[in-house]
Design a protein around this ligand. Structure first.
Ligand SMILES: [Zn+2]
Length: 199
């Protein structure tokens, strides 16, 4: 048992207590419940993650980002995450968007200061505790939709899970784009559902 003297053998990796495991679910059954047709080609596996926004939440995001056409605005997305083990697909259900009210933004950069985080944390306490931080959203007024170097660095640092998304809107041009994961992988899009019509 010479290994017992090896200090490296004493290291025990434990999952961090915040490590979140998406609940297993069947994409087809979930899609039927939400009245959604999953995104992807008929002859290939569906894209992962599938991202579904609650209709009123998306309206709230658009209203928020349309409020300032000079400066970048943004916030965080909260909701549920499931995983279809057969298809290997994550399903992200975005239920709520919390705006970073006090964030200072320039046309190309957004800075969340202490105050904006406190604000978000206050609002977060009122959310369903089962929800997760599923990503972020922000505007690029008049600049088009893409992930900038800063956006990609933020994605790697703060939204590293493959199912954590970045939604970017240009409220001037009316364009939008969505990416996911630490590399900022582009997605085909997202789906909308209404909480009023859940099966
Ligand atoms: Zn950006």
């Amino acid at each position: 048992m010479a290994d017992q003297d090896d200090p490296l053998q004493k290291i025990q990796w434990r999952p961090h207590k915040d490590t979140f495991q998406p609940a297993p679910a069947e994409l087809g059954a979930l899609a039927a419940r939400y009245g959604i047709e999953p995104l992807g080609q008929a002859d290939s596996p569906p894209q992962s993650p599938q991202v579904w926004f609650e209709h009123d939440t998306m309206r709230k995001i658009r209203r928020h980002l349309g409020r300032d056409l000079e400066r970048e605005l943004g916030g965080l997305l909260y909701g549920e995450v499931f995983h279809d083990p057969t298809l290997g697909v994550h399903i992200v259900i975005v239920w709520e968007a919390l705006m970073a009210e006090q964030a200072e933004g320039s046309p190309v950069h957004i800075r969340y200061n202490e105050e904006s985080w406190e604000n978000i944390n206050r609002q977060k306490r009122l959310l369903d505790p089962a929800w997760n931080q599923v990503g972020n959203y922000h505007s690029h007024p008049g600049l088009g939709v893409f992930l900038s170097g800063t956006d990609l660095a933020n994605q790697r640092a703060f939204f590293p899970e493959s199912w954590q998304v970045a939604l970017v809107l240009d409220p001037v041009a009316g364009d939008e784009g969505i990416w996911a994961g630490p590399q900022g992988t582009p997605l085909d899009g997202y789906r909308l559902f209404s909480r009023k019509y859940l099966q």
